[in-house]
Design a protein around this ligand. Structure first.
Ligand code: ADP
Length: 400
C-alpha cells in the first residue's frame, strides 16, 4: 500500500492542496487542487499529476463552506480517489514561525498554542494557516502534522540584516525583519546545485515574482537578506501591495486624510501595487496586454523597483554572480525578465534573447559576468519533503 503525504495551504477564503506518493523515499505528485471562494461561491477543483481535471464541484452563490466543511469534503474526495493509499502525514504552510521556530516542526497542542501567539505578527494569514491543523488534529489525533514556515529560511540572516533602527522598547516585542517566501527560496536553493552549480556556490539574488513579490540574497545556499521585512507588504511593488513606503506617508494618511488603521491596511495590501498605480488591474498579464498609459507606467515602476532592490541585495552579498527568476511572473513573463535583465546589464548580465523566449533555464550568454536563470518554484514539494523527513525521524526514533 503506497504511503501518501498531504500538503495544505490555507488562506482566509481558500484551501490549496497537493498529495504526494512516497516511492522509495522519493516524493511524486499524485493530485493537486483547491477549494476557493469558501464564503462567497465555493468551488472545488482537482487535477492529476499531468494537469488533467479529476474532480470539480460548485456550491453556487450565497452558499458558505467553513474551513472544516472544506477539509471534510477534501478528505472524502481523496479517500474516494486514493484506493490503495495510506495517509501518513499532513504538511501545512504557516506564514510565521517568529524567532522561535526556525525549522519545520511536528505540531502538538503546545506548539499550536505558541504559533497562535504569533498572530499579531501576521493577523491576515496566521489564524487561517493554523485552523486546518486543529481541524485535522481533532478528527485524527494520531496523524502526524508538520508546520512549515515562510520565515524559517531567513533565520540564517545576521542580526544586522534583521534589525530596524527603532528603540528596544519596540523591538523587544518581536518587531524586526523576518522575510517571507522562505519555502520558495529554500526550494530554489535545493534545485540550484543541479541546474546552476556556480550560482549555488556563489552570490545569487532570487526574484520571487508572483502576486506577492520579493527578492532574496542567497550566499552558498543561505539567506543573507530579503526585501520583505516585518510583514509581507515591504520591499518590491506587488500585484496589490505597495512595497517600500516612507512611514511618513502612513502618518499623512492618518493625520491629513483622516483614514483609520483598517482603511490604511486595505489600501496598502489590496489597493496599491500594480492595481493601485495602473487603476487597471493587479494582474501582470492584463497590464502587459493593455495600451493604457497608466498600465505602462505601473510596469515601468515595477521593473525600476526590482532594479533598485537588486542593488540593495547585491550590496548585502558584496557582489553578484547570478539572478534567478521564479513564481508566476518570473516563470512566465519573458518581457518582464528581459526588462529586468536589461536594467541590470551594468552588473554584467547579457541576456540570451532566444533562451529567454524559450524559458531557460539559463537565459544569459556564457560570456556575461553574471548569469541569469528561470527555475519554477515548488513550495508544496518543499513542504512534503520536510513533512516526510520529520515523520521518518519520528519512526526511526520510535524503533531505536
Ligand atoms: P501567487 O503569488 O498567488 O502564487 P503566482 O505565482 O501564480 O501568484 O503569480 C501570479 C502573477 O503571475 C499574476 O500577476 C499573473 O498575471 C502573472 N503571470 C502568470 N502567467 C503570466 C504570463 N504568461 N505573463 C505574464 N504574467 C503572468
Amino acid at each position: 500500500m503506497a504511503d501518501v503525504i498531504l500538503v495544505l495551504n490555507a488562506g482566509s477564503s481558500s484551501i490549496k492542496f497537493s498529495a504526494f506518493d512516497v516511492k522509495d523515499d522519493e516524493l511524486e505528485l499524485v493530485t493537486r487542487g483547491q477549494v476557493e471562494g469558501l464564503f462567497s461561491s465555493p468551488h472545488f477543483v482537482a487535477f492529476d499529476s499531468k494537469g488533467e481535471k479529476t474532480g470539480e464541484n460548485k456550491w453556487g452563490d450565497g452558499q458558505k463552506l467553513e474551513h472544516a466543511d472544506a477539509i471534510a469534503y477534501l478528505g472524502a474526495f481523496l479517500r474516494g480517489h486514493g484506493a490503495g493509499h495510506r495517509l501518513i502525514g499532513v504538511g501545512h504552510r504557516v506564514v510565521h514561525g517568529g524567532a522561535q521556530f526556525t525549522k519545520p516542526v511536528l505540531t502538538s497542542p503546545e506548539v499550536l498554542d505558541e504559533l497562535e501567539k504569533l498572530t499579531p505578527l501576521a493577523p491576515l494569514h496566521q489564524p487561517h494557516n493554523l485552523k486546518p491543523i486543529r481541524i485535522v488534529a481533532e478528527r485524527n489525533p494520531d496523524l502526524p502534522q508538520v508546520a512549515c514556515f515562510d520565515t524559517a529560511f531567513h533565520a540564517t540572516q545576521a542580526p544586522l540584516a534583521q534589525a530596524f533602527a527603532l528603540p528596544e522598547s519596540i523591538t523587544k516585542n518581536g518587531v524586526r525583519r523576518y522575510g517571507f517566501h522562505g519555502l520558495s527560496y529554500e526550494y530554489i536553493a535545493s534545485a540550484l546545485p543541479d541546474i546552476a552549480p556556480d550560482a549555488a556556490r556563489g552570490r545569487t539574488v532570487v526574484a520571487h515574482l508572483g502576486n506577492g513579490a520579493s527578492l532574496c540574497a542567497i550566499h552558498a545556499g543561505k539567506s543573507i537578506a530579503s526585501t520583505m521585512g516585518f510583514t509581507a507588504v515591504d520591499g518590491l511593488m506587488m500585484g496589490t501591495r505597495c512595497g517600500n513606503l516612507d512611514p511618513g506617508v502612513i502618518l499623512y494618511m492618518l493625520d491629513e486624510l483622516g483614514m483609520n488603521a483598517r482603511e490604511i491596511e486595505d489600501l496598502l495590501y489590496r489597493g496599491s501595487g500594480l492595481l493601485g498605480v495602473s487603476g487597471v488591474s493587479g494582474d501582470m498579464r492584463a497590464l502587459l496586454a493593455s495600451d493604457d498609459e497608466r498600465a505602462r507606467f505601473a510596469i515601468d515602476l515595477y521593473v525600476y523597483r526590482i532594479g533598485r532592490e537588486i542593488g540593495s541585495m547585491s550590496a548585502a552579498l558584496q557582489g553578484l554572480d547570478a539572478i534567478v527568476f521564479t513564481a508566476g511572473i518570473g516563470e512566465h513573463s519573458k518581457e518582464i525578465r528581459q526588462r529586468v535583465c536589461e536594467q541590470a546589464a551594468w552588473w554584467g548580465i547579457e541576456l540570451d534573447r532566444k533562451a529567454n523566449e524559450s524559458g531557460g533555464p539559463r537565459i544569459s550568454t556564457a560570456s556575461g559576468k553574471v548569469s541569469a536563470w528561470v527555475i519554477p518554484t515548488n513550495e508544496e514539494l518543499m513542504i512534503a519533503r520536510h513533512t516526510f523527513a520529520l515523520i521518518d525521524d519520528k519512526r526511526e526514533g520510535a524503533s531505536t
